[in-house]
Design a protein around this ligand. Structure first.
Ligand SMILES: [Zn+2]
Length: 287
């Protein structure tokens, strides 16, 4: 068994304006999470998948724009950072040897700097886009301060491998466990889902962290429409509309075709509640 445990963490709560457009009531605010995974492996230490906001964001040192804060209403709670939740489980920052990111948007890459020794794995197109920040939208979404510590980047492109019929990067350098990238471009230029074979459960299953390829579970499950605010948000944040639609269709197909796949996106609190970590952190358990 190469994976001992998978923890589902919320590393950023956001309460966007106009909750009614996001499936809530008339004057409510919305509720979004930043669903991250902390994977305990047999041989490769801890692997963190996405990072939410980091300690610099909470301290107001990363330059989260006023418009972003106004629109999304981030809670900015130190206890929600990946670092705090790693430490609450009795580990240290140095135990996180690898980070795999779906993409480098500010609400996914904020915690990179809290784990300066970790190798950071991602699609090479995402890395190039985030460092170039070519368009206005990309200058808003990517904060260079999040990688100001010059991480040990591990970059990948499609290499002919497939997983469940989809182009995949099935092996990541230095990681023995079954963790890979599933390119799902469109939200950003190099956005990818992350696949994890969770062998810690009695029945093996594949977790598919779809990042921001969609924002609401209705997008991939059943035939109900998604709340219009999410549809508008998807369109407002996408960099390549055709690629985003193709990615969504592929994820939907994947979910329908395989019963051993547990799929979730980064920000849906309903999906998070179904999977969230139910193990008490060691500090809480000890008290
Ligand atoms: Zn996001």
């Amino acid at each position: 068994m190469s994976i001992r445990a998978v923890h589902h963490l919320n590393c950023a709560t956001m309460c966007p304006l106009a909750g009614f457009a996001l499936g809530g009531t008339a004057f409510s605010r919305g509720h979004m999470v930043a669903h991250c995974l902390l994977v305990e492996t047999e041989r490769d230490g801890l692997v963190l998948i996405d990072t939410g906001f980091g300690t610099r964001d909470i301290a107001g040192l990363s330059g989260l724009s006023r418009s972003f804060r106004l629109l999304t209403g981030p809670k900015l709670d130190l206890a929600e950072t990946a670092l705090a939740q790693v430490e609450a489980r009795g580990f240290t920052a140095a135990d996180v040897r690898h980070i795999v990111v779906t993409h480098l948007d500010l609400d996914h890459a904020g915690g990179l700097g809290d784990f300066p020794q970790a190798r950071v794995h991602l699609h090479s197109r995402e890395h190039a886009a985030a460092l170039a920040r070519r368009t206005f939208k990309e200058r808003e979404r990517y904060l260079a301060v999040h990688w100001g510590h010059n991480p040990k980047w591990q970059l990948y492109t499609e290499n002919g491998d497939t997983w469940r019929g989809l182009p995949a990067i099935a092996r990541l350098r230095g990681i023995n466990a079954d963790i890979g990238l599933l390119p799902m471009h469109g939200h950003t230029r190099g956005h990818s889902a992350v696949i994890v074979r969770d062998s810690s459960q009695p029945t093996d299953r594949w977790l598919v962290h779809a990042g921001d390829a969609y924002f609401h579970h209705h997008a991939v499950a059943g035939d109900k429409p998604i709340p219009f605010g999410f549809a508008a948000f998807e369109r407002a944040t996408q960099i390549d509309p055709a690629a985003r639609r193709a990615s969504l269709a592929a994820l939907r197909q994947l979910r329908e075709s395989y019963t051993d796949v547990a799929m979730f996106c980064a920000h849906d609190p309903t999906e998070f509640a179904a999977l969230r970590d139910r193990v008490l952190p060691v500090t809480a358990a000890a008290s």
